[in-house]
Write a protein that binds this ligand. Structure first.
Ligand SMILES: [Zn+2]
Ligand SMILES: [Zn+2]
Length: 340
């Protein structure tokens, strides 16, 4: 089958002809029908964060149809439309049984530490292939598997409640989902912070108050909120914005950092955390249970992903690398999906 692989960081993806991973007894083989190109993939390609072993087939936002099952999986699943929870896990360790399976020591991530979905087929544990309700398009399901699911997890990690004022820093795929999910959770005041005015316009249509980050967004937000927000989500992955989400907090505010970056930030614990009982919270991935919740939000009409998935491209190395180049410059639509 055809797949796009990363052979070394700092190099473009290459098209290869390989065998799909042989399924174990509890695995299924899925024909990939949609694979989202995530900003993490762009980071993986450029390095230094990301996969440790090469070559690796990227792609962790995947949806498709089951075409074959292992001996321990019911034949009835063949033909099922599914979306893939990208984190595999053992199901038996302390982290798995306490509901934090993203820390499972046996865990692997599709498109990072095991084969991903930039391919015609992918092998995953049956439990990771989540039934996709009729009427959810594959492209939307794929995007939900990372950006929307992580947006939901970030809002949960920040313990968001309807009375909170929520600032979303960076309105790409994650941010657009975060705005809609926050609204669906009953939050009335959501602010969208970005430099891209076109994206801010879309964020406003989704119910957020746009804040132009080409100007001093922190000062602006401190002023309009009269002292800071309750929840600030950092979805960009840069030291500058990570500091800004801390600076913009009001009393008891929670800064949830989602973006990937090797940057460091300087925080004065007394002045910035202690006095206001503010918190900086790390957000890593999301949970299998949140995938089902997310699909419920979608089916209930709370997630409009039509305008987030701006472009689809075939499984073609030149086109996919080109999309990634543009994403590196924060240009192009919020999300592009590969449809093999
Ligand atoms: Zn992703
Ligand atoms: Zn485990």
């Amino acid at each position: 089958m055809k797949a796009l692989q990363l052979f070394a960081q700092g190099q473009p993806l290459e098209a290869v002809d390989i065998e799909v991973d042989a399924p174990g007894p509890s695995d299924v083989i899925v024909r990939v029908e949609a694979a989202g190109i995530c900003h993490s993939d762009v980071h993986y390609r450029s390095g230094p964060l990301g996969p440790k072993e090469f070559p690796i087939t990227l792609g962790h936002e995947v949806a498709g149809s089951i075409v074959a099952v292992g001996d321990a999986v019911s034949d009835g699943r063949v033909g099922e439309r599914v979306c893939l929870h990208y984190q595999t896990f053992c199901g038996a360790c302390r982290w798995c049984t306490e509901g934090h399976e993203q820390f499972c020591p046996e865990g692997r991530m599709l498109g990072n530490s095991r084969s991903g979905g930039y391919a015609e087929f992918i092998t995953v544990p049956s439990v990771n292939a989540v039934f996709l309700p009729e009427g959810v398009p594959m492209e939307h399901a794929a995007v939900m598997m990372c950006s929307s699911a992580t947006a939901l997890h970030a809002l949960r990690q920040a313990r968001t409640v309807p009375s909170d004022r929520v600032a979303v820093w960076g309105v790409g795929g994650l941010g657009m989902s975060a705005i809609q999910l926050a609204r669906a959770m009953g939050v009335e005041e959501v602010f969208a912070v970005d430099r891209n005015l076109e994206r801010l316009e879309l964020a406003a249509e989704l119910g957020a108050t746009p804040i132009n980050a080409n100007e001093d967004a922190v000062a602006h937000l401190l002023e309009v909120t009269g002292g800071g927000v309750d929840v600030a989500l950092e979805l960009i992955g840069s030291g500058v914005t990570m500091k800004q989400v801390v600076d913009v907090l009001g009393p008891r505010g929670r800064a949830a950092i989602v973006g990937l970056s090797p940057d460091t930030i300087e925080v004065a614990p007394y002045g910035e955390l202690v006095g206001r009982e503010a918190e900086i919270i790390g957000v890593s991935d999301h949970l299998l249970t949140e995938i089902t919740e997310l699909l419920d939000f979608y089916v209930a009409g709370h997630l409009d992903l039509d305008r987030i998935v701006g472009l689809t491209v075939p499984l073609d190395a030149v086109m996919v690398n080109d999309v990634m180049d543009r994403m590196e410059r924060f240009a192009g639509p919020a999300r592009t999906v590969i449809t093999p």
